[in-house]
Design a protein around this ligand. Structure first.
Ligand code: KDG
Length: 314
């Protein structure tokens, strides 16, 4: 049984053990993360089975990454090892809770060598959703081609495509190219999950309903517009609404919250919940992720979500 397939790069993640400027950091914690595996792990915590397509280096960090993701219940049977290109690395600098920075050391990484031929058609055909982020097509031309090919296979087998633009400007050489590619993928997707600033990047300054209309006209069936800690809007051709988020007293690490939210959305859609409920739970997951250091360490199980949503009501 496979509910969701996702494709992308995960990396070894190093975080200084103390807040502040990373230039002074002598001790680091090593974790593993990447938007796509964050979502896959989030889905596993919610009781769904996800599979990850990627490449890692034939190196120690690659082996560590593979056993970590496998240990979190994600199917890694489609992850290949590259004998020359290394596993990517990234650093997360938590200067203080309002200033979190990310530094990539991933150019020429194993995952950036993904090619369309790495995609196994039967594997995609088995899933109910294909999860795509805007990170993967930014990694290389062959990664872009791989994503377009995977979406083509998903459509051929009636697998729904869910797209989170996850705009990482450091990975794109040209703004115009980023816009073109992200809109091309959004047009082929059933569900899109842009943040308000991403919608602004793609369509210029406007309001949430104008953004929604633009994404719906571009081809999406469901548009979920995220307003971070405030909450999220949903729009389809026939319904729309806003679902407020939950209060978080102290944000420890905001990175990964969007991926937790995406996992919540996919899980809710798989369960056939109404969009109002889908977003309430996705908001709760996003909030819970920000309370813990690490992209995936705070991803909740269902009972934790229920407890958190209950406490907020009291
Ligand atoms: O959404 C969190 C990701 O940004 C983080 O895990 C690192 O995958 C990553 C990326 O490419 O930025």
């Amino acid at each position: 049984k496979l509910d969701v397939v996702t494709i992308g790069e995960s990396m070894a993640l190093f975080t200084p053990d103390m807040p502040g400027k990373m230039r002074y950091a002598g001790n680091f914690s090593r974790k593993f993360a990447g938007a796509e595996t964050n979502v896959a792990i989030g889905l596993n915590r919610l009781g769904f089975k996800a599979g990850w397509i990627s490449k890692v280096g034939a190196d120690e960090l690659g082996e560590g990454l593979l056993s970590f993701v496998r240990g979190e219940g994600v199917d890694v049977s489609q992850v290949k090892r590259h004998d020359k290109a290394p596993t990517g690395i990234y650093f997360k600098e938590l200067r203080h809770d309002q200033d979190v920075r990310v530094y990539y050391y991933r150019a020429g990484s194993a995952a950036s060598t993904l090619i369309p031929n790495d995609i196994n058609e039967d594997y995609i055909a088995k899933a109910k959703y294909l999860h795509i982020t805007g990170i993967t097509p930014a990694l290389s031309t062959s990664c872009y081609e791989t994503i377009i090919h995977a979406i083509h296979l998903a459509k051929k087998h009636h697998v729904k495509v869910i797209f989170d633009p996850n705009i990482r400007m450091k990975l794109w050489n040209e703004e115009q190219k980023a816009k073109e590619v992200l809109l091309e993928i959004a047009a082929k997707s059933d569900v899109v999950l842009p943040g308000m600033s991403e919608a602004k990047f793609l369509y210029g300054e406007n309001g949430s309903s104008e953004y929604a209309r633009a994404f719906l006209e571009n081809g999406a069936k469901i548009v979920i517009l995220k307003e971070g800690s405030k909450g999220a809007h949903y729009f389809t051709k026939s319904e729309s609404g806003f679902v407020p988020s939950y209060k978080v007293d102290r944000v420890v690490d905001p990175i990964g919250a969007g991926d937790g939210f995406a996992a919540g959305v996919i899980a809710g859609l798989l369960e056939g919940l109404p969009l109002e409920k889908v977003l309430a739970r996705a908001n709760a997951i996003g909030a819970l992720v920000t309370m813990v250091n690490g992209d995936v360490e705070g991803l909740p199980e269902l009972d934790e979500i229920d407890r958190f949503m209950q406490v907020d009501k009291e």
